[in-house]
Ligand binder design. Structure first.
Ligand SMILES: Cc1cc2nc3c(=O)[nH]c(=O)nc-3n(C[C@H](O)[C@H](O)[C@H](O)COP(=O)(O)OP(=O)(O)OC[C@H]3O[C@@H](n4cnc5c(N)ncnc54)[C@H](O)[C@@H]3O)c2cc1C
Length: 451
């Protein structure tokens, strides 16, 4: 238990009074803000870091999955995700590897954060950077009236009619006192790094690193987990995601601090082990994530919980706002390896050393699904009137979460909640009362694909 001190009551200035306030500025939050603003709402977006992009930029996870179904025959999403990719392609900072089950688009994270600035400025969204959401003010009916922020200027408030929780950690829903849930075992966080000089050691950087960094003959070997790499456009640099901080709950401030330090320690161990290999003297740490990559913390309890069955059997929904084809992908919470479950019934476990164990989670069926959907209801926290969630903190069971957590899926949720916020505002309705046909039509009208 903590000792408690009582702060004196304070008067908090209102920094902005607007229509829609988005908390959290990854692409999920930015796409929510852009969607509402392009439809005509006055929008604020609050981001803790000094730049937008969240895990894609701050944590250097610079890989997005395909926009095709698993048969590579039907395009399943477009909208703001593809608009951003096209803008980045015009700056020659995306590698498009074509449809494949793991990664199609690899981009330069810093270019992405600048592009997100530009898009927000063009849409007239008011940005609040280096700004932390710390609490909210509710009406007697439980409606959020304002969020409290802390920034260089002190403590301020932003008033709005509709709020969007895109914090990844469901911080707003939690501060509202609404129920949230954590999985019994959270998928572990990973500190990513940009490492130079590995490509000169080997043609297969991923397997080479897997064989060395987990090898217990090195005293600083990493705890066994899973390592993958991505080539950065135009450079002898790879993005390496190989560290794991088991047991860390990054929604707890003290555990987050320890996880950051442990993640960086593991990055140094990777570099040092590589430098011990023949020819490895040229290996250098080129850059490190500004924030540990957080896979999972809290989930909001929403009007519908998406299940692994929904995903793997390709359930469709009348109020679908997202289409995905990425597999169920679970980083085991405290063990070597990770598990993939695919829509075609196959299952694959990849161990730390790269060994693959193939099997099936079910036999082949007629009418094999090639994509899955998420209903709008999964983005409405139970008990709210004017708050929506999007991103990794939505309501999904552990299997469904393993699939929907990837960014191309979170991006679509962002676009959907921004659009829904505008519709609720425009019709003077609660977020759970809006006409979902109209939501889907409006999303189509702004370039999203509604299947
Ligand atoms: C190591 C790793 C590898 C991954 N690999 C891939 C991959 O290859 N491809 C893929 O698509 N997905 C991948 N994922 C999953 C994916 O990156 C995440 O699930 C996704 O980015 C989550 O998006 P989000 O918007 O919900 O949360 P986040 O990206 O975490 O964004 C939340 C944002 O809110 C801000 N924020 C949080 N709290 C506050 C607050 N109180 N006040 C103000 N701002 C706040 C944060 O600073 C952040 O910018 C990976 C994840 C990890 C960790």
């Amino acid at each position: 238990m903590y000792e408690i001190i009582h702060e004196p009551p304070r008067q908090t200035p209102v920094a902005y009074d607007c229509d829609v306030c988005v908390v959290g500025g990854s692409c999920t939050g930015v796409f929510a803000a852009l969607s509402a603003a392009r439809l005509g709402a006055r929008v604020a977006i609050i981001e803790n870091m000094g730049f937008f992009g969240g895990t894609a930029t701050a944590s250097k996870v610079c890989v997005w999955h395909t926009n095709m179904d698993t048969a590579y025959e039907t395009q399943i999403f477009a909208g703001l995700t593809m608009e951003l990719i096209e803008r980045l392609k015009s700056r020659d900072c995306v590698i498009d590897k074509g449809p494949n089950p793991y990664a199609q688009f690899v981009f330069l994270p810093d270019e992405m954060s600048i592009e997100l600035d530009q898009m927000l400025v063009e849409a007239g969204v008011r940005p609040f950077l280096h700004t932390r959401f710390v609490g909210c003010v509710k009406s007697d009916e439980g409606q959020v009236e304002a969020v409290l922020i802390e920034d260089k200027s002190g403590r301020r408030a932003i008033k709005a009619s509709v709020f969007i929780d895109a914090t990844g950690d469901a911080d707003l829903v939690y501060q509202m006192g609404l129920p949230t849930r954590k999985a019994d075992q959270l998928q572990p966080p990973t500190t990513c790094a940009l490492i130079q000089g590995v490509k000169t050691l080997t043609d297969d950087t991923q397997q080479f690193m897997r064989e060395h960094v987990f090898d217990p003959k090195y005293p600083n070997a990493l705890p066994k987990g899973h390592l993958w790499t991505a080539s950065i456009p135009g450079e002898d640099i790879i993005m390496v995601a190989g560290t794991r901080v088991y047991g860390a709950d990054c929604s707890d401030a003290d555990e987050l601090t320890q996880a950051e330090i442990e993640g960086r320690r593991q990055v140094r161990a990777i570099v040092d082990i590589l430098r011990q290999q023949p020819g490895g003297e040229a290996v250098k740490l080129h850059g490190i994530a500004s924030r540990i990559g957080i896979r999972e913390t809290r989930h909001a309890i929403c009007e519908y919980q998406l299940t692994e069955q929904d995903v793997l059997y390709g359930e469709t929904f009348d109020d679908a706002i997202m289409n995905g084809s990425y597999s169920v992908d679970i980083h085991l919470p405290n063990e070597d390896g990770m598990v993939f479950r695919f829509l075609n019934g196959e299952q694959k476990t990849v161990m730390a050393n790269g060994e693959r164990i193939f099997g099936r989670w079910r036999e082949a069926i007629d009418n094999m699904p090639t994509y899955y959907q998420m209903p709008y209801r999964t983005l409405i926290p139970k008990g709210t009137k004017n708050v929506l969630v999007a991103g990794r903190c939505v309501d999904a069971d552990p299997g469904a979460f393993g699939a929907i957590r990837v960014m191309v899926n979170a991006n679509q949720m962002g676009q959907a909640v921004g659009t829904a916020a505008y519709l609720a505002l425009n019709a003077d309705q609660r977020v759970n009362e809006i006409d979902t046909n109209k939501l889907r039509n409006t999303l189509s009208g702004s370039g999203a694909l509604m299947l």
